[in-house]
Design a protein around this ligand. Structure first.
Ligand code: NDP
Ligand code: PYC
Length: 339
């Protein structure tokens, strides 16, 4: 099965939406979830593209996410905190409901936060960060996951792969965006290695006895490791505190207790922080956007690349040429449509 097919983004979107509608998702849920999955494929982020459809459908089937949920916006006049209750649905629809109000408040107050509660979240965070940068705001987004990562010095899964993303708007160009798991790699990467029959790089995981392993099966049965040793371990813990405990939602070990498995998409909350660079820099010398450009130019000037440049290049190609899917991926989509 080595054949590949090029599919336009519009055709892929139609297929993915049809799969979710068939599985009982309402329009709000199906369109929002499809948007981020297509964005993953478009930007060459396979670990959060169509590969995620089956996990999302399994979660619907297991009754752990409400396919027909309607998220609810809960706002208090004057508050910097915008809350959205996802109503047990996917986070994507909740985010789309709250983003305009978050941006309005951040522009007015200088900074604002969106808290999403009671959601199932399985996607990459950069689509959300980019929704902020498109509105001229800087942003930080984070959420827990489920306990699959051992804290540095420990030997059992406790923390999540807890993604953490940041974005800074750039006039007339792609924003500065980074988005990564606080584990050495996203769990999706381990699963993709397992499916491809490939060994993991050293330093990604330990087995169930706490010994280093490069075998994806043993890693999935054991624990992943935080990136950067104690530093990643502490950042992952911060995510549990801010985007779990502080917002009154589940931490990664609680998510795993609730789900009883890592084969379903995790149920928890999410925290989105939005900043107006102009408001923070007001009264200080220099335009913050122009000063940021000097920094970016200096980074690139050393031969380094900015994060997300690979993604933006993949996006340009996909938008003009479509995306290439393997025969197995096309069969997967057909099978899911026929189910
Ligand atoms: P990667 O290691 O693939 O990439 C992390 C970031 O670093 C990207 O912004 C990437 O940009 C950038 N980058 C990579 N190499 C370089 C380089 N040489 N120089 C400069 N920047 C670079 O990310 P992860 O595997 O850790 O995470 C992948 C995705 O998984 C994320 O989108 C994350 O949100 C998602 N995730 C979601 C979870 C969830 O619970 N919802 C849990 C864990 C992860 P570029 O893309 O351009 O290469
Ligand atoms: O890739 O680690 C991951 C992940 C967990 C939940 C969603 N993505």
């Amino acid at each position: 099965m080595t054949e590949e097919t090029v599919v336009t983004l519009a055709a892929l979107k139609e297929r993915v939406e049809a799969i979710f509608r068939k599985a009982g998702l309402n329009d709000t849920q199906a369109t929002a979830i499809s948007r981020v999955i297509i964005a993953g494929e478009r930007d060459g982020c396979k670990s959060h593209g169509i590969y995620r459809i089956e996990g999302a459908l399994r979660t619907v089937k297991a009754g752990k996410v409400k396919p027909d949920a309607t998220p609810e916006l809960l706002i208090e006049e004057g508050s910097a905190i915008v809350k959205v209750n996802a109503g047990g649905g996917f986070a994507n629809a909740a985010f789309e409901l709250g983003i305009a109000e978050l941006a309005r408040r951040a522009a007015k107050l200088g900074l604002a936060a969106m808290v999403i509660n009671d959601c199932t979240h399985f996607s990459a965070l950069w689509p959300e960060v980019e929704a902020l940068t498109e509105r001229g705001l800087a942003g930080i987004v984070m959420c827990p996951s489920y306990a699959t990562v051992a804290p540095t010095g420990g030997n059992k899964p406790l923390l999540g792969t807890n993604p953490f993303a940041f974005g800074w708007p750039r006039q007339g160009g792609s924003p500065y965006v980074f988005d990564f798991a606080t584990s050495v790699a996203a769990r999706g990467e381990i699963e993709l290695h397992r499916r491809a029959g490939k060994q993991l790089p050293e330093g990604w995981a330990i087995d169930a006895d706490g010994k280093p392993t490069t075998d994806p099966e043993a890693a999935l049965a054991g624990a992943m490791l935080p990136f950067g040793g104690h530093k990643g371990s502490a950042i992952a813990t911060m995510v549990e505190l801010l985007a779990g405990i502080m917002i009154g939602d589940l931490t990664s070990p609680e998510v795993l207790d609730y789900l009883g498995t890592t084969t379903l998409a995790p149920f928890h909350g999410e925290l989105i922080l939005a900043f107006s660079p102009e408001a923070f820099a007001k009264g200080r010398p220099g335009d913050p956007f122009a000063r940021a450009e000097v920094l970016f130019e200096a980074i690139v000037g050393q031969g380094a690349r900015l994060p997300s440049q690979r993604r933006f290049a993949a996006r340009r190609t996909s938008e003009s040429e479509g995306v290439t899917l393997s025969a197995a991926e096309i069969q997967q989509l057909e099978r899911l449509l026929d189910k």
